[in-house]
Design a protein around this ligand. Structure first.
Ligand SMILES: [Fe+2]
Length: 300
């Protein structure tokens, strides 16, 4: 067998694997305990979605909807890039899907780089971003654009903030240092003593998010590193960063934690290989010191 034939067979095999993996759905489970989590939030279940990129699992995303419904979430949080920045834009099916999820429980959406790029697409007197986010709001979905929502349960409160990270920070293959006052100028100071979740699409700024005061960061963007290699993890991020530090899973720094979703869809490099299944993240909040009644899940 010639090298060319062997190469072609290997490439064909990897593409077949990728097509199989892209159709799967995997629930990754995390437990986050923190002393700032109020008693009334102990055991609360958050479903985090990221990087759907306008994909559909089943007709009108019915398969994805049923998987999420079966998890009985108390809140659904999206960490950005649920749509594609295509022109002409086509966001209505994703908006309808998120609106349907809002029938299950409150849904809060943060913006990724794809949502922010919709602001550059003119559609009449408005932008594609205006059309998309207005549609979400009409369907009962809360969009957090450099905004904070307060979640309340039986007198207990936690905050959820959506960060619109400037597009200049998404360096193609290089890291752009963040201005020291950037997060405070955009978001203000987090409320003292309250558990604070940050929807920060791009995980590479974990140290900055933690220093700002986020207790739990929910991120995506990395698509699990596209191709996962044994012992080495994700090979490449969508912005061509090789072996990214935060490719998928749970990370900790001081008292802050970050869950990076492997994402649901793909774009540009439409490949998922090496157990890089589309992901629904289920995060159970625990007040530190409370007895645990649920088993730990897979944190891989
Ligand atoms: Fe992204």
């Amino acid at each position: 067998m010639s090298l060319i034939t062997l190469g072609a067979l290997t490439a064909g095999g990897l593409l077949l694997c990728s097509e199989y993996e892209k159709k799967q759905l995997k629930v990754r489970r995390y437990e986050i305990s923190h002393q700032k989590i109020p008693e009334s939030f102990d055991g609360v279940r958050l479903v985090m979605l990221a990087d759907l990129h306008a994909r559909s699992f089943g007709e009108k995303n019915n398969r994805l909807y049923e998987e999420i419904r079966a998890l009985a979430p108390d809140y659904i949080l999206t960490a950005g890039d649920m749509i594609l920045k295509t022109q002409p834009f086509d966001t209505e099916e994703t908006a309808r899907f998120l609106g349907k999820l809002a029938g299950l429980c409150p849904v809060y959406c943060g913006n990724g780089n794809h949502e922010l790029k919709l602001r550059q697409i003119k559609a009449g007197r408005r932008t594609a971003y205006d059309w998309y986010t207005d549609s979400l709001r009409k369907k009962g979905v809360r969009v957090l654009s450099d905004e904070t929502a307060v979640l309340e349960r039986a007198g207990g409160r936690i905050d959820v903030t959506g960060l619109d990270l400037g597009l200049a920070y998404y360096g193609k293959g290089f890291h752009v240092p963040m201005r020291p006052d950037y997060l405070v100028r955009k978001l203000g100071e987090p409320a003292e003593g309250r558990f604070h979740i940050l929807l920060g699409h791009y995980p590479n700024y974990f140290p900055e998010y933690a220093a700002w005061g986020a207790d739990l960061i929910l991120a995506g963007h990395m698509h699990g590193g596209t191709v996962r290699l044994p012992s080495l993890g994700g090979l490449m991020s969508p912005n061509y960063e090789f072996f990214p530090a935060y490719d998928r899973g749970l990370y900790r720094q001081g008292r802050s934690a970050m869950v990076v979703s492997g994402g649901l869809g793909t774009h540009s490099i439409n490949v998922r290989v090496g157990g890089n299944y589309p992901e629904i993240s289920l995060i159970c909040l625990r007040r530190k010191g409370q007895a645990r009644q649920e088993k730990h899940g897979n944190q891989g």
